[in-house]
Design a protein around this ligand. Structure first.
Ligand code: SF4
Ligand code: SF4
Length: 413
């Protein structure tokens, strides 16, 4: 066994087989199989470390079904760091025997050559928008040229003004300055939810913060880590550490990106990476800690807040978004069952495991529908897309938005 393998094997020994993680695991709840539970997967990883499994495809099948939602980490009394374990083993498997299926190959290509490159992504979204405008998406749907699962998830591409990136450089507030923050703008947030980035900037400026948006920032690398490609992710991490070198606080509004940024210390194992990670905050986590000096615009609306897995389980941020939403005059928060359950988005999981993601999404939509809210709020672009699609799938057209959209003061609108 190599040192890394020994280390991974040691980590699997932390599991005492109590089974407390099983009821919170979305894949176990749907499939009911031990091998698709956290305990079963840890057992498989341990068997791999002991050299008792020769057929790597068996392990891969069950690890691929894992959402990396980390609900099991929250439930585990023994403190098993399941996310780190999973990502390390995936990386190990990817090196020894890269997954050969068509879907993973396409996904690997798309992530490596498109999703993590901001300029290519912008061009791709412009092309997709043009295709939609001339009606080719409808035609492709009729001719069944795009998978039904993808068509059901993907919302229409916003127009050019909405997709326009935020201006890079320094943005200054009109009033007194409370501090300076760096803003990480994300790869999917910009073309799909540009209005969320604009709301984030508006809230920060209205609340007295100078905002620096470094031009040299790159994708956070989360998708690469989840796919077992940590070396590619390390290149991006180094670029981001350099891009934000002058910032003491680095904010983001995507739970998935935020979790990845906070784990750079683990990814790179270097003091500069650990220092960078300490400076990273989710936008709600930050605003709650510093307090709002400008109250948000009043709204007469009932809201169900759903916790993104990578905010509650990976970053431990649960109360901050709720406390901020409660400061919106007229807004009423309503509870729904199992707000910390994964919605089935999990990066590009809904494209790689469409059937399982659809069932997990349907369960999430059913609990949200029962809450009867007029608006669903969640702080991650993937969750916004997946929850919106899952709600529509059961005939519920409740809109979904990001918490920061509800925090914009009237004067900043
Ligand atoms: S990360 Fe989520 S899907 Fe994977 S084993 Fe843990 S609870 Fe289950
Ligand atoms: S809760 Fe922790 S110790 Fe118990 S079975 Fe799950 S991973 Fe193992």
């Amino acid at each position: 066994m190599s040192t890394t393998q020994k280390d991974l094997y040691q980590q699997t020994l932390g599991c005492v087989h109590c089974g407390l993680c099983l009821p919170v695991c979305p894949t176990y709840r749907v499939l009911g199989m031990e091998t698709d539970s956290p305990r079963g997967r840890i057992y498989l990883m341990r068997a791999l470390g002991e050299g008792r499994i020769e057929n790597l495809d068996v392990v891969r099948t069950h690890l691929d079904r894992c959402l990396d939602c980390r609900a099991c980490e929250t439930a585990c009394p023994s403190g098993v760091q399941y996310g780190n374990l999973l990502e390390s083993v995936r990386g190990d498997l990817e090196q020894k025997a890269p997954s050969r299926g068509l879907r993973p190959r396409i996904a690997r290509f798309m992530v490596r050559h498109l999703l993590i490159h901001q300029r290519r992504l912008r061009l791709a979204f412009s092309a997709l928008r043009a295709i939609e405008v001339v009606g080719l998406r409808k035609l492709a749907r009729i001719l069944r040229l795009i998978p039904r699962s993808l068509d059901a998830i993907a919302p229409p591409v916003p127009g050019g003004t909405q997709r326009a990136p935020l201006k890079t450089g320094l943005h200054q507030p009109k009033g007194p300055v409370r501090g300076r923050v760096g803003l990480f703008t994300g790869c999917v947030m910009e073309p799909m939810f540009g209005h969320v980035n604009r709301a984030t900037l508006a809230v920060l400026l209205a609340n007295g913060f100078e905002v620096v948006i470094p031009k040299a920032q790159r994708c956070c690398g989360a998708l690469l880590v989840h796919m077992g490609l940590p070396d590619d992710a390390r290149t991006l991490a180094k670029a981001n550490i350099a891009a934000f070198a002058d910032c003491d606080v680095i904010l983001n509004n995507s739970a998935g990106c935020g979790a990845a940024l906070k784990e750079y210390g683990h990814l790179l194992d270097a003091p500069a990476a650990a220092n960078f990670a300490k400076k990273c905050r989710d936008i709600c986590e930050f605003l709650d800690s510093v307090g709002l000096t400008q109250l948000p615009a009043a709204r007469n609306v009932t809201v169900a807040y759903d916790d993104p897995c990578h905010l509650c389980h990976a970053q431990g941020v649960r109360e901050a978004p709720r406390k901020l939403l409660q400061q919106v005059d007229g807004l009423k928060l309503v509870a729904h069952a199992r707000p910390e359950d994964c919605c089935g988005s999990a990066g590009i999981y809904n494209l790689l495991q469409p059937e399982l993601a659809a069932e997990i999404g349907k369960r999430k939509a059913e609990t949200l529908t029962k809450a009867g809210a007029q608006l669903v709020v969640t702080g991650n672009p993937g969750c916004m897309i997946q929850i919106g699609a899952s709600l529509r799938g059961i005939g519920d057209h409740t809109p979904v938005c990001h918490p920061v959209e509800l925090l914009v003061p009237p004067a900043a609108k």
